[in-house]
Design a protein around this ligand. Structure first.
Ligand SMILES: NC(=O)c1ccc[n+]([C@@H]2O[C@H](COP(=O)([O-])OP(=O)(O)OC[C@H]3O[C@@H](n4cnc5c(N)ncnc54)[C@H](O)[C@@H]3O)[C@@H](O)[C@H]2O)c1
Length: 257
């Protein structure tokens, strides 16, 4: 059967772990040739190796999304290995959690530098290449934290909220080049990192706050990214799709009405 991304060249940043790794696997299973890029090159190698072992196409690539020179090298590597870029999944990111009163300005700068500026740099470099062929798809990774005020998220939320705003402008500016740009705002997703970092109180709070009553699976986020990257989403641009079990849709929730 034909995959939904047959023949497409895709870069997934942050593909060494969590959601990015699952997105790389799913996209490759749908026929894409995937460049799995990460700061942690050895983690990206493991993911690309698994995909290749399953008979699909993937290569690993080192990148630091804060570094324009490395981003250009990643794009050149993708082009030379597989051909011109069709889809950029701007997934790499970093979290931070501290009460606002205790958040050092350096934390804010780091969050903006990696999450917001890094996403900007990758999207701009990718879009310049896509614009030559007048087609392309960019999917940025925001967060529920960019939509609602969760405890301790001031620095991270500033960056993720910025990604949501920036996604709209990118969509408008890139429309004339046939490039669509959308964002995904995941809720709590069950990745190795959240398994390590979330304590009992946080887990219970999430299960209560999410109408579907559970963490999401990385494959559920990858499926949303697949839709936005596919031909089926050809008239969707500038949007942020929350993949959060209803968390950002919910108001007061009681059983006894
Ligand atoms: N997992 C969740 O619950 C959740 C919720 C909301 C939003 N998100 C967002 O989804 C995306 C993926 O999250 P995840 O949970 O899979 O994260 P993760 O920590 O499991 O993986 C992130 C990957 O990004 C890479 N990375 C970090 N900084 C980088 C840099 N400067 N250059 C290149 N790569 C870099 C890391 O090495 C890592 O492999 C992130 O943007 C995150 O903010 C995740």
């Amino acid at each position: 059967m034909q995959g939904r991304l047959e023949g497409k060249v895709v870069i997934v940043t942050g593909a060494g772990n969590g959601i990015g790794a699952e997105t790389a696997r799913r996209f490759a299973a749908e026929g894409a040739a995937v460049v799995a890029a990460d700061l942690d090159e050895s983690a990206a190698r493991v993911v690309a190796g698994e995909i290749a072992a399953a008979g699909r196409r993937a290569v690993a690539c080192h990148v630091d999304i804060r570094e324009p020179r490395l981003i250009e090298a990643m794009l050149a590597f993708a082009r030379e290995t597989f051909g011109p870029l069709d889809v950029l999944i701007n997934n790499a990111g970093l979290g931070a959690q501290k009460h606002f009163l205790e958040t050092p300005p350096e934390t804010l700068r780091t969050m903006l530098d990696v999450n917001l500026v890094g996403t900007f740099l990758c999207a701009q470099a990718g879009a310049r290449e896509m614009a030559q062929r007048r087609r392309g798809r960019i999917v940025n990774f925001a967060s529920h934290s960019g939509l609602l005020g969760s405890s301790g998220r001031a620095a991270y939320a500033a960056a993720k909220g910025g990604i949501i705003a920036m996604t709209r402008v990118m969509a408008v500016d890139l429309a004339e080049y046939g490039i669509t740009v959308n964002a995904i705002a995941p809720g709590p997703i069950d990745v190795p990192r959240s398994r390590r970092q979330h304590n009992e109180e946080r887990r219970t709070a999430w299960q209560r706050a999410v109408p579907l009553g559970r963490y999401g699976e990385p494959r559920e986020v990858a499926a949303a990214a697949l839709f936005l990257a596919s031909d089926e989403a050809s008239y969707v641009t500038g949007q942020t799709l929350a993949v959060d079990g209803g968390f950002t849709a919910a108001g007061l929730r009681v059983k006894q009405l």
